[in-house]
Design a protein around this ligand. Structure first.
Ligand code: ARG
Length: 464
């Protein structure tokens, strides 16, 4: 292009140094905004025309031309060049090539500052909607596995040690609940993404009689942003998205880590089919859970992107500064990474084959009903809980010495520690009975977990 074509060419006698162009260009990544840029430009043009700022003929010519540019962008035939800096300039100059000088009227009452903020918000809003769909898909997969495992006992752990019996369903539903909250956080973040900066112009608004409510409505925004300086300078919508994404990726990584442990030969709670296992190039016996390990690792990037953008925005004075061009790559990369993790995790949840025998085996070895014994003593004999806890502990020690579970000790043996025990104690020492007794709201009993699942389906999977 010649200098005369540069959008600010009037003020400059010389062209930029090559390195200036290189550091300045964002087209390599903001080309992803093609659809949003053109959609927002069409809304702006319609408004300019409706307000009598341009003529209806000019408006129609611009819109027809923008549609052609959109076709090229969608077909991947729009040519990119660092000289044209960013997607906004590319679209406008291509428009001029198509419809001539009238293209220059598109930028009336607008600046790239409000334009980029508008495009970014539109893009992120769609990305959030896609992610929300993916989170629901993953949650449904968890619920469907959970539904057939409300009676599959599993060791509930604290400090990685066997604590109390729970079911595989209860454990999986804990993740489903985290993911529901992650989705709710994103829905809340979406409200703040969904406000229109368009018409803030460079920073101060404009003297043209524009209608910001009209463009906001046309683009599906809830409202125009109330302060034009904030409109061009705010990036907390992106930071908030990255925060939500970080938390969600951390939750995914916790499940991923459990899957790595569960699928190990030592623990063997689940098995992945060949579709989700990788072999070793040297050790033929290996079935590695690489996908789970990668989902475990990816928060490293996502949290990094959050820290990166926080650092860019920190101490940045109002309003726009080119620093803010650095806002897009971390968000794009986060969306791509998260979508990949969600797809992989959903695939793994649907693929994993649980091994209830191994779960039960591990549970039985950990004296999981010791609390039930203490609770029985409190309930049936009126002993104080601290005392009951102590007696139960001594009985566990006795079983440990004998190398058996407490339910395998004789009544007489247990009575040496707690003389008030009766035959009835054996009913609470069984794992299914222990589980079935945990009927407090949100507890591990099969029927309670089933209620949890029903409520979850109703409140998260079906109605929203
Ligand atoms: N490429 C720029 C960005 O991403 C667009 C806004 C340019 N505005 C400006 N005043 N130079 O931030």
């Amino acid at each position: 292009m010649t200098e005369g074509q540069k959008q600010w060419g009037g003020r400059f006698a010389d062209g930029p140094a090559a390195i200036m162009e290189e550091i300045n260009a964002s087209i390599d990544f903001d080309q992803r905004f093609g659809l949003e840029d053109i959609t927002a430009s069409k809304a702006h043009t319609e408004m300019l025309s409706a307000q009598g700022i341009i003529t209806p003929e000019e408006g129609s010519a611009i819109i027809a031309g923008l549609d052609e540019v959109l076709d090229e962008w969608q077909a991947g035939t729009l040519a990119y060049s660092a000289t044209l800096e960013d997607i906004h300039t590319h679209v406008e100059l291509r428009l001029r090539e198509k419809i001539g000088k009238v293209a220059g009227k598109l930028h009336t009452a607008r600046s790239r500052n409000d334009q980029v903020a508008t495009d970014f918000r539109l893009w992120l809003r769609s990305a959030i909607d896609a992610i929300l769909g993916d989170i629901r898909g993953l949650s449904l997969a968890l619920v469907e596995v959970a539904e057939s495992h409300t009676e599959t006992p599993m060791a509930g752990l604290t400090h990685m040690q066997v604590a109390q019996p729970v079911s595989f369903a209860h454990h999986l539903m804990a993740y489903a609940q985290m993911f529901r909250r992650d989705a709710e956080r994103l829905m809340d973040c979406r409200k703040r993404v969904n406000e229109s900066p368009l018409g803030s112009a460079a920073l101060a608004g404009t003297a043209f009689p524009i209608d910001r409510f009209k463009t906001a409505e046309r683009l599906g925004f809830a409202r125009p942003m109330a302060n034009s300086m904030d409109g061009v300078a705010a990036r907390d919508f992106a930071l908030e998205f990255l925060s939500c994404a970080s938390i969600h990726s951390v939750h995914l990584s916790r499940l991923a880590e459990e899957m790595v442990l569960w699928s190990s030969a030592q623990i063997n709670y689940i098995r992945f089919s060949d579709a989700f296992s990788t072999g070793s190039s040297i050790m033929p016996q290996k079935r590695n859970p690489d996908a789970a390990e990668l989902v475990r690792a990816k928060p490293g990037r996502i949290i990094g992107h959050l820290m990166g953008l926080l650092s860019v925005m920190k101490a940045l004075p109002l309003t726009y500064a080119k620093d803010m061009q650095e806002d897009k790559e971390p968000v794009f990369a986060t969306v791509d990474t998260l979508e990949l993790c969600l797809a992989a995790m959903t695939g793994m949840v649907r693929d994993m084959q649980p091994n209830p025998e191994a779960m039960l085996d591990h549970l039985q070895g950990g004296f999981p009903t010791a609390t039930d014994l203490a609770d029985w003593l409190v309930r049936e004999t009126g002993v104080a809980f601290r005392e009951a806890h102590h007696m139960s502990g001594e009985i566990v020690r006795m079983a440990e010495h004998k190398g058996c579970d407490i339910s395998e000790l004789s009544l007489e043996e247990m009575q040496q520690v707690a003389p008030m025990l009766t035959e009835e104690i054996f009913t609470v020492l069984s794992i299914p009975n222990s589980m079935a007794s945990r009927i407090s709201y949100g507890g591990a009993a099969p029927e309670t977990v089933m209620q949890q699942i029903e409520q979850y389906r109703k409140e998260f999977l079906i109605c929203s």
